[in-house]
Design a protein around this ligand. Sequence first.
Ligand code: FES
Length: 144
Amino acid sequence: MYSEKVMDHFSNPRNVGEIEDADGVGQVGNPVCGDVMKLTIKVEKDQITDAKFKTFGCGAAVATSSIITEIVKGKTIDEALEISNAAVAEALDGLPPQKMHCSNLAADALHLAVDDYLVKNGMEPRAEKPSHDDEDHDKEQVDQ
Ligand code: FES
């Protein structure tokens, strides 16, 4: 059973779309289910000022994508890298166990977007470790 927050963000997703002059872009896909998420961010003075997403996927993937764009606004780069898939699920008042892997898309896309920003600005990438739990091995990054 999905929480009210999941249903709300699935039915009325926030920040859908793509930032044209994005400072960072992260895209991940789940090869098992085929779902894909693309997250674009704007960064000013080490702070994420805007985030938008495009997700081709299940309801949980859409809801986690939507809420992570809300969570991340105003966060610093350091804080954004700390956002885990578990934190995303918690922000939605939980996900059914079998859908927890869906939250990986959002957290990993965010971390990749931050890395993209860092690399574009001459810094070292810092999100080399995927945020997913040990039992989740069904996801990989999508080559662009
Ligand atoms: Fe693919 Fe949810 S079933 S991300």
